[in-house]
Ligand binder design. Structure first.
Ligand SMILES: [Zn+2]
Length: 374
């Protein structure tokens, strides 16, 4: 880092007792540092983007005679490693055009805030999205919102798949279609709309009803991730196909949906508990005989939108590694009970043929960029 600067979102505050708080008020982002001698506060005050590291260190050592040069150097290094700083000398990477830098400037600010790892230029997450290929299977309530979000966020190659045509009853929630599209294939309309949203990414589509695991495996071949937004065939089958096809391909997948006001997304990645293990753990937890409700026709624009955006957010999180939330879980919320947050985790079963000890190890992520850091 050439000229460290405290990120605008993480501007520090010093309490009367000397404690320094950095990272603002958001749970999961902030840290409080015990600073009885004022060294941390002084170091952060010097980190305004105008001074190189060596000058910050030497000024600190001059200001505090009890602080050795080595201690000052170590303090500055620790603060840089904390992720609350950025390099004021950094410029966007050459892969991104000036138009993309402008288009994704708010993405950049979001990742700058939530990513607590030191970075070269802060555009690493955007490059990961740009280099990724994602398949969105199902372009209904969940999938239309998910596909829009992924295209808008800048996923470089998006493949949109759905077998159906637009019907009047879709228009209460499916964001990509209008009245003029009734009777047209969803895949065709979605591709056209998404290209209009973002012409800097590649959008493709096909009209296809996936009939089995092999077909799904073919569909995700060469993809970095699957966004499963389809609910047919109904029941367990489609998710088991996705679980196995993605495990064989060595890629993560996210599957979302709704059951009335209950909106959930499951996120899975090779090397972590798979869908079949998490759902088996959940079935074992339930009172025996409890029927599993897998949906139904009740849905409004907001529940579909939240569902789709939870899927898209899971895809963005997995692809960028920011934030590094361990997969192998189901998360979500209940729209009629604001205090009911869903966070379901169960361990992998030793005898699981997909993720257990006998399973094939995952292949490394294929976009060839620096990882999310420690
Ligand atoms: Zn498993």
């Amino acid at each position: 880092m050439l000229r460290p600067r405290v990120k605008a979102e993480h501007r520090p505050h010093r309490y009367a007792d000397g404690t320094v708080r950095i990272g603002g008020e958001i749970y999961g982002l902030a840290a409080e540092i015990d600073d009885p001698d004022g060294w941390v506060w002084a170091a952060l005050s010097l980190m305004d983007g105008t001074l190189p590291v060596a000058q910050i260190t030497s000024r600190l050592a001059l200001a505090f005679r009890e602080l050795s040069a080595a201690q000052a150097e170590s303090l500055v290094a620790q603060l840089i490693a904390s992720g609350y700083l950025e390099d004021a000398a950094a410029v966007p990477p050459p892969e991104l055009s000036a138009r993309e830098v402008d288009r994704y400037s708010r993405n950049h600010a979001f990742f700058r805030q939530v990513d607590l790892a030191p970075r070269e230029h802060g555009w690493e997450a955007q490059l990961r999205l740009r280099n990724a290929r994602v398949v969105v299977l199902g372009l209904g309530g969940t999938g239309s919102h998910a596909a829009w979000a992924l295209a808008a966020a800048g996923v470089g190659r998006l493949h949109c798949v759905d077998p159906d045509v637009v019907e009047p009853s879709n228009l209460n929630r499916q964001v990509l279609y209008g009245e003029a599209d009734i009777g047209r294939a969803k895949a065709d309309v979605a591709v056209r709309r998404l290209r209009a949203v973002n012409s800097d990414v590649t959008i493709t589509g096909e009209r296809l009803r996936v009939g089995g695991q092999e077909e799904l495996a073919e569909l995700v071949s060469g993809a970095d991730m699957l966004a499963l937004c389809a609910d047919e065939p109904r029941g367990h089958g489609l998710r088991v196909w996705a679980n196995r096809a993605c495990a064989s391909a060595g890629i993560p997948w996210a599957g979302g949906g709704y059951s009335g006001p209950l909106v959930t997304v499951g996120v899975y990645e090779p090397g972590h508990p798979c869908y079949e293990c998490v759902s088996a753990g959940e079935r074992a937890r339930r009172r025996p005989g409890t029927p599993v409700d897998l949906g139904g026709p009740g849905v409004i624009a907001t529940s579909a939108g939240i569902s789709g955006h939870l899927v898209a957010h899971a895809v963005i999180t997995q692809l960028t590694g920011i934030p590094a939330i361990p997969p192998g879980r189901i998360g979500g919320l209940n729209l009629i009970a604001p205090d009911h947050l869903i966070d379901v985790r169960h361990p992998a079963r030793d005898d699981c043929p997909v993720c257990g000890r006998e399973a094939t190890p995952p292949k490394p992520f294929g976009t060839g960029l620096t990882g999310p850091g420690p």
